[in-house]
Design a protein around this ligand. Structure first.
Ligand code: ADP
Ligand code: FBP
Length: 322
């Protein structure tokens, strides 16, 4: 059997572990893998090549993706998906392993529903916002990167008695922000799924801490937060209260770097499992981890609402900051 593998959407540490496992598990079972470069964009352009098992040497510990990645707005059009399916059939790729996030899986779901392409999904996004899995590749690494960066910022915050607003990634998900805030002992967190967050509530939290004698604070702000991004909130606080605050946008620093052990392990397990299920005839599923155990979800489950950060974690941030 000829399988295809692609990485799509944002890159995430652990994607290379998954690619390596796909290639080597297929090789062990006597199947062939084509690597498709630049996600669905490369698929539309027939940008692919066979991946030999030795071509995956020394990639397990590398961030990013050796297959490169892209966002491909064209795939939202049904005619382009029909073209993609025809290209796969022409080259003899019978099943596709898609490593990516929610959007990448939605594309796979459509390719299967509309054209019968067998698809396996491996969660790969630092956002950790997929239904049916507690974990996505890259989240653990990105979380640890953000925490390490904020620990350094904390030194200056306390030495100078300053407020820092630190922006972490998450265009529509607060998972990374909330977990980062707990792990670095932030004074407050702002994230998109928390409708009760307001500028006024942030000010009163910071003020209450000041009254308690706290002279420095770190506020973690998710990129897609509704109150405004870190720069916007910072400008407003400066204007209203004349605070000598600083804003740090961690940005893509969080997306790169060598994957954590957990991201390598899950990338390896999911890559192997995806191949074993596809060659056994399964057609449309994605893998995950639920309660520490490997889980399998029907691909259509990706259409469910995305998970939101547990409410108690958001509330815990301010309790622990007292
Ligand atoms: N609803 C959709 N229908 C078809 N293709 C989609 C859909 N959503 C996303 N895609 C494809 O998947 C790619 C990656 O999606 P994106 O949301 O950017 O990243 P991620 O997979 O990390 O969530 C898009 O560039 C597009 O090619
Ligand atoms: O690198 P880009 O294209 O600016 O994307 C930034 C976005 O990518 C992410 O890191 C991951 O998002 P996806 O998983 O949807 O690709 C988001 O947190 C962030 O908003």
């Amino acid at each position: 059997m000829r399988l295809g593998v692609l990485t799509s959407g944002g890159d995430a540490p652990g994607m290379n572990a998954a690619i390596r496992a796909v290639v080597r598990q297929a090789d062990a079972l006597g199947h062939e893998v084509y690597g498709i470069y630049r996600g669905y964009q490369g698929l539309l352009e027939s940008d692919w090549a066979p991946l030999a098992t030795r071509s995956c040497a020394n990639i397990l510990q590398r961030g990013g993706t050796i297959l490169r990645t892209a966002r491909c707005p064209e795939l939202h059009h049904p005619e382009r998906r029909a073209e993609a399916a025809a290209k796969l059939r022409k080259v003899g790729i019978e099943a596709l392993v898609v490593i990516g996030g929610d959007g990448s899986f939605r594309a796979a779901e459509a390719l299967h529903r509309e054209h019968g392409i067998a698809c396996a999904g491996i969660p790969g996004t630092i956002d950790n916002d997929l239904p049916g899995t507690d974990r996505t590749l890259g989240f653990d690494t990105a979380l640890n990167t953000a925490v390490e960066a904020i620990d350094r910022i904390r030194d200056t915050a306390s030495s100078h008695g300053r407020l820092f607003l630190v922006e972490v990634m998450g265009r529509s998900s607060g998972m990374l922000a909330v977990h980062t805030a707990i792990a670095c002992g932030a004074e407050a967190v702002l994230y998109p799924e928390s409708p009760n967050d307001t500028y006024e509530s942030l000010v009163s939290q910071l003020h209450a801490n000041w009254i308690r004698g706290k002279r420095s604070s770190i506020v973690v702000v998710a990129e897609g937060d509704g109150v405004g991004n870190a720069v916007g909130v910072g400008e407003r606080l400066k204007r209203d209260y004349g605070l000598d605050l600083r804003v740090v946008v961690l940005g893509h620093v969080q997306r790169g770097g060598s994957p954590s052990a957990l991201d390598r392990i899950w990338g390896s397990r999911w890559g192997s499992e995806a191949v074993r299920r596809l060659v056994a005839g399964e057609r449309a599923f994605y893998l995950g981890e639920v309660g520490g155990v490997l889980a399998v979800q029907p691909m259509a489950r990706i259409l469910d609402p995305h998970p939101v950060p547990p409410k108690d974690l958001g509330a815990l941030v301010s309790v622990l900051a007292r």
